[in-house]
Design a protein around this ligand. Structure first.
Ligand code: V1P
Ligand code: ZN
Length: 331
């Protein structure tokens, strides 16, 4: 990386690649490599800043998770036996280290953007949006998205943070953890919960208590294509512009693309690139430019490789445009 104008950070490496489940599980450890190969094939790996993930500290994990659950993951990490939930998320040897590096990797991305060493950042294996404070759920051991929200508040005193989620599955772990928090802007497009796990995310779920009416859940019918995506996305943009977040987190699960083996939405990779590009425009218009993308789901390897490189490409393009505006202003 020798282009000083390039300020898109990719958090990658063996530490997070080890997060995955064996024996034909959809979330295999080969997903990281599928993405990295495509990034290389498109000549984009030399255009990004690179960092490996650090492990999250115990204190950081406990901002979101119960101590007893963190202990349980540590214990199961030694034997690698059993499940961490009702049957979707098997333990494996080293699961604690792998899962805490995913959280630390997302924090590495967020830290870089807050420090200004990167304007945007992406982590392929992040976006584990189902994990709850007291348990794993749906392939997600620790909720890096939720820890990142707490990090921004505790370490940087940010208040209004946006979490945007275009994974086919509803981000229930994030939604319910911040359900009564009016300052966590939450916008989630997903396959209707009547047809897909986890079954939540009805349009009427708009938040609780002081946050009632402040969250945006947009369930889509199985088979929904890019036209439906764009109609829903317009509502997300309106919501974010009104909410004026100080930081934007994007969970860009590629399982919302046609051809995913476990879901039924039919977006193309253009949807993911559009979401990433438009969030950069919005963040720039809000005056801070802070966007972090987390890979999330996606179980068709070609789809995830194309969708996530499209997101990184959109981040790079937005940087190039930003650079040219800056150059023009400096003349
Ligand atoms: O459908 C279920 C369980 C089984 N039912 C009793 C409920 N679980 C889902 C979990 C999906 C997790 C997705 C994670 C993410 O949002 C973020 C990383 O993408 C599930 C599904 C499904 N069709 O949604 N598990 C499986 N498929 C599965 C398939 C094969 C082997 C193991 C699990
Ligand atoms: Zn998913």
């Amino acid at each position: 990386m020798n282009d000083p104008t390039c300020r898109v950070l990719l958090v990658s490496g063996d530490e997070i690649a080890r997060y995955g489940f064996g024996d034909g599980h959809p979330f295999g450890t080969d997903r990281h490599e599928a993405f990295m190969r495509e990034l290389h094939k498109r000549g984009m790996d030399g255009r990004v800043l690179r960092a490996s993930a650090r492990p999250a500290t115990r204190e950081e994990l406990e901002w979101f998770h119960l101590a007893a659950y963190v202990d349980l993951v540590r214990e199961r990490s030694v034997t690698g036996h059993g499940y961490l939930d009702a049957g979707d998320t098997p333990a494996f040897r080293g699961v604690y280290e792998a899962a805490s590096h995913v959280v630390g990797g997302t924090l590495t991305a967020v830290e870089a953007v807050m420090a200004g060493t990167a304007r945007r950042a992406f982590i392929p294996i992040g976006g584990l949006h189902h994990a709850a404070p007291e348990r794993a759920a749906g392939f997600c051991v620790f909720n890096d998205c939720g820890v990142a929200v707490h990090y921004l508040r505790r370490k940087h005193q940010l208040k209004r943070i946006a979490y945007v989620d275009i994974d086919a599955h509803h981000g229930d772990g994030v939604f319910y953890a911040f359900e009564d928090d009016p300052d966590l802007l939450f916008a989630d497009l997903h396959e209707d919960g009547r047809y897909l796990y986890p079954g939540t995310g009805r349009a009427e779920e708009t938040g609780a208590g002081p946050a009632r009416g402040t969250k945006l859940n947009i369930p889509l019918a199985p088979g929904a294509e890019d036209d439906e995506f764009h109609l829903a996305w317009a509502r997300v943009e309106e919501y974010l512009l009104a909410g004026k977040p100080e930081f934007i987190l994007l969970q860009c699960g590629a399982d919302s693309l046609a051809g995913d083996p476990i879901t039924h939405l039919r977006f193309t990779e253009a949807a993911h690139a559009h979401a990433a590009a438009r969030l950069c425009v919005i963040a720039d218009e809000l005056g801070h430019g802070r966007v972090v993308g987390m890979g999330g789901g996606g179980y068709n390897r070609q789809n995830l490789a194309r969708a996530w490189t499209g997101v990184v490409g959109a981040f790079l393009d937005s940087q190039a445009q930003q650079g040219s505006v800056g150059e023009i202003a400096a003349r």
